[in-house]
Design a protein around this ligand. Sequence first.
Ligand code: K2U
Ligand code: ZN
Length: 174
Amino acid sequence: MTIKPLIILPDPVLRQLSKPVETVDADVRRLADDMLDTMYDAPGIGLAAIQIGIPRQILVIDVSKDGEEKQPLVFINPKVLTTSDEPSVYEEGCLSIPDYYAEVERPAEITVEYIDLEGKKLTAKVDGLLATCLQHEIDHLNGVLFIDHISKLKREMVIRKFTKAAKTRGAKAI
Ligand code: K2U
Ligand code: ZN
């Protein structure tokens, strides 16, 4: 059980491109475990490796409801193959942008190709909250944040607020 510190906006690490995983080995499996521990502790329904400072194309998701059995999912080197024309809107948040939520429109259904923890290449067609969360996490692997899908005015306001908070935190640490 290892909970890792989360990278918080405006840390430029969040804008890095994550690299593909070459081999699904013990290190990758350990990283996925640590990511799930960190996600459940936050709590959240998804986490990309870059959010704990690791620029590798690995993400974890669990959209099971409170009280239901946990259903952890691990996606390695995920690629969106198709998206529906039909959109869906969900009020998103982000563990790297705490306590800020905004409505984001994304394709309602996607087909994604990925590698699982056994190293198998799989394809899945998903919709609902899983589709929204997968797109949110895959954005992270490309250095994209959900605030990049809202108005420039609101995005600049959020970045200004988190930049000010980071400066204050830094000053207090001295
Ligand atoms: O990447 C993250 O920071 C994880 C997000 C995942 C998420 C994706 C799409 C829509 C909402 C959240 C976190 O779990 S943020 C916490 C949260 C959970 C449920 C709904 C809203 C926010
Ligand atoms: Zn996020």
